[in-house]
Design a protein around this ligand. Sequence first.
Ligand code: URA
Length: 209
Amino acid sequence: MKNIKHITHPLIEHKLTFLRDVKTDPFQFRMLIDEITYLLIFEACRDLELKDVKVQTPVSTANCKKLKTKVMICPILRAALGMLDAVFKIIPDASVGFLGFQRDEKSLEANFFYAKLPDDYKNRTAIVIDPMFATGGTAIEAVKFLKQKGVKNIKFISIIAAPEGLKKFSEKFPDVNVYVSAIDEGLNEKGYIVPGLGDAGDRVFNTLS
Ligand code: URA
């Protein structure tokens, strides 16, 4: 699976340990999601195109580079909202295209319910974000949606993935790179990643009872 980029780094490993811990409170959980996303976005953006620019420094003229690639960050509602701020801090002039998919808890199918893309979405590289890459169903539907709309360059960033979801996705979209910080053992009967971290949305938004 050449398109699966497992990003390993001592800082990511360290932060994942706290992220997974059931005792980590929502405030710290959000900070960790933010920090791990920073580290992943750097890797995911390694091949973005640059253009030459000149900048006047207080001393002289410097030959510099600016991003040529226009980026559209696509958070999949709702858990990915926890990752959005980190991407925005790194690429402040990116646009956001929201994608809404609701997972049916019985069939584990991803049902589309909402999309709001920027006007010029066809000219942008889409960076889809979703912290948990479980069955791959939502990721496949999200990428299918963007491709059908005419988006040509798509990348995917996830924090924790299940091997079966990655395999399914890779078979369908070998051209879409997935950057992930952990590949876990697998899925349980409810479609949760094992050992994973539980429901990422609940932990970000403090909606656990
Ligand atoms: N979504 C989550 O939030 N957690 C999982 O383990 C799987 C899907």
